[in-house]
Write a protein that binds this ligand. Structure first.
Ligand SMILES: C[C@@]1(CC(=O)O)c2cc3[nH]c(cc4nc(cc5[nH]c(cc(n2)[C@H]1CCC(=O)O)[C@@](C)(CC(=O)O)[C@@H]5CCC(=O)O)C(CC(=O)O)=C4CCC(=O)O)c(CCC(=O)O)c3CC(=O)O
Ligand SMILES: NC(=O)C1=CN([C@@H]2O[C@H](COP(=O)(O)OP(=O)(O)OC[C@H]3O[C@@H](n4cnc5c(N)ncnc54)[C@H](O)[C@@H]3O)[C@@H](O)[C@H]2O)C=CC1
Length: 212
């Protein structure tokens, strides 16, 4: 089995091809649109929920069977049909043009696989079982959702606002003392309890004590 290398990729305005229009294609398209991609769906038929995502700018539908020219400019290719022959052809065409390809019926035909994703503000956790059990990937995602709640959004927002200040005003040694202190649990817990100004106070006080 391949040792898949995980990366977080910027898909904003990138052209992506999705072949097939069933529920699996729908799931892939939903995630792609959420990440700013421009999606072309090629399929003779599509399910109603996918049809409702079709528009003139970010998601268009070509009502036809797949042919090799459909690869076009696509940066990533997804083959989501139930037809093994078609999936094999899409995989072959994409790989011959050095485009990363995901094929839903068989990890062997993939150059990448899609993880289960949880997010909370800037926190994004992608879970993979390397294709061994997608359902376990989904279950682990659900466990992570319990572990990291909505406080993470505010917590990371607060830490982000301090990054430039700390980089400019504290020496590298003091910086690491600062980050260790404000990520030791207290600030996150205060935010969890909706005590945001107290959380900000702890950060400010820690910063000022290190300035001296
Ligand atoms: C290899 C991979 C390729 C890829 O799609 O990238 C792949 C392949 C296959 N999935 C199959 C089945 C199911 N897939 C899901 C769900 C998800 N599958 C996803 C990813 C992946 N699925 C990649 C590996 C991920 C990894 O494990 O690292 C998720 C994470 C992401 C997403 O798709 O968006 C998403 C969960 C999202 C979430 O909820 O968080 C469910 C459960 C459900 O629907 O609830 C079932 C039914 C139960 C079951 O069979 O386990 C089958 C058998 C088909 C058959 O038997 O006919 C194959 C083909 C095969 O394994 O040969
Ligand atoms: N990777 C994953 O997460 C999962 C993968 N699967 C696999 O994915 C396959 C697809 O699942 P569903 O979406 O539920 O199937 P589905 O049968 O609902 O959809 C298949 C789609 O492919 C289209 N299609 C068929 N021939 C085509 C062609 N020549 N060119 C373009 N489009 C074509 C059909 O019009 C249809 O829209 C299943 O056969 C199964 O093996 C199933 C569950 C999860």
């Amino acid at each position: 089995m391949p040792q898949y290398y995980p990366i977080f990729m910027d898909l904003k305005d990138q052209s992506i091809l999705v072949v097939g229009g069933g529920n699996v294609a729908l799931r892939k398209v939903q995630t792609l649109l959420k990440h700013g991609a421009v999606v072309r769906v090629v399929s003779p038929e599509i399910v109603p929920e996918l049809r409702s995502l079709i528009n003139d700018t970010t998601c268009c539908w070509f009502e036809k069977e797949y042919s090799s020219e459909d690869i076009g400019e696509a940066r990533l290719v997804f083959s989501c049909t139930e037809n093994e022959e078609v999936n094999r052809q899409v995989s072959f065409d994409a790989k011959s043009q050095y485009r990363p390809v995901n094929v839903v019926d068989d990890p062997e035909k993939c150059s990448f696989i899609v993880p289960s994703i949880m997010e909370q503000g800037d926190l994004k956790i992608a879970v993979s079982t390397g294709g061994s059990s997608p359902i376990v990937a989904r279950q682990i995602r659900a466990e992570l959702e319990k572990l990291f709640g909505s406080e993470m959004k505010e917590y990371l927002r607060l830490l982000k606002t301090w990054r430039t200040i700390v980089k400019n005003d504290l020496s590298p040694e003091k910086r690491s003392v600062f980050w260790e202190r404000i990520t030791d649990g207290e600030v996150r817990k205060l935010i969890q309890e909706n005590r945001l100004s107290e959380a900000e106070g702890v950060v400010k006080q820690c910063f000022q004590s290190l300035l001296a």
